[in-house]
Design a protein around this ligand. Sequence first.
Ligand SMILES: Cc1cc2nc3c(=O)[nH]c(=O)nc-3n(C[C@H](O)[C@H](O)[C@H](O)COP(=O)(O)OP(=O)(O)OC[C@H]3O[C@@H](n4cnc5c(N)ncnc54)[C@H](O)[C@@H]3O)c2cc1C
Length: 210
Amino acid sequence: MAPETPNPIPSYSQIACVGAGISAIALGATLRRWHQIDDIRFFERHDDCGGTWHISSYPGCACDVPSALYSFSFAPNPRWTKLMPSNKEIKAYQQDVADTYGLREKMKRRKQIEAYMRKTAPEKYHDILIPDFEVGCKRRVFDCGYLDSLHKENTLLTDAKILEIVPEGIKTSNGLIPADVIVLATGFDTSYVLPGITVHGRNNTTVAEH
Ligand SMILES: Cc1cc2nc3c(=O)[nH]c(=O)nc-3n(C[C@H](O)[C@H](O)[C@H](O)COP(=O)(O)OP(=O)(O)OC[C@H]3O[C@@H](n4cnc5c(N)ncnc54)[C@H](O)[C@@H]3O)c2cc1C
């Protein structure tokens, strides 16, 4: 039997870094240089590293401090072409440093994360699963089998609007979903105090009203 291809990125890491700009590269390089730690993974929402210098691309975009000062002390760059180099040059420099410290292969970028979702989740759910909004306070789903479970025959994921609960099940904007038991697992109400009991205080005011 052919040996399994090892996954180059393990599913567990000692350190996770959100973002892959110059600060992230400094972190990765410093952990290697000072502590010999390379068990780190970077999660970047753009499709490449470099942060500001990858994202900004307007004409004339350049550093406003001398390049020798906008360099890592541990990675001086004799190849700067200008005192105030362009965004492209800075990005290339940062990527060189990332490569020197083996950081790029530890970076999961937007396209890779999307590609993983597309590979693992059933195709029919792609539109529902890949958010079209910025990551905010929404709880993240850590995929310990969640995407795989969507392939099960007894699982249906839908974002159809619930119109009515009827004796046969749930009436949605996409039709009836038959059900014997309905579980509401929609989280708790953070702004409701002491759910299940009503406590009255002075002047008959309830805790919630107070
Ligand atoms: C146009 C412009 C010119 C500048 N010029 C100079 C200059 O001349 N000199 C100077 O010293 N500084 C300059 N700066 C400031 C510059 O931003 C900093 O010097 C430096 O690049 C900041 O690096 P950083 O890694 O901390 O942040 P960033 O470069 O902003 O990188 C942060 C990274 O984190 C990612 N990220 C953020 N949130 C998430 C998330 N939730 N999930 C996944 N990824 C996420 C972002 O996509 C980004 O790639 C300039 C900034 C801009 C915008």
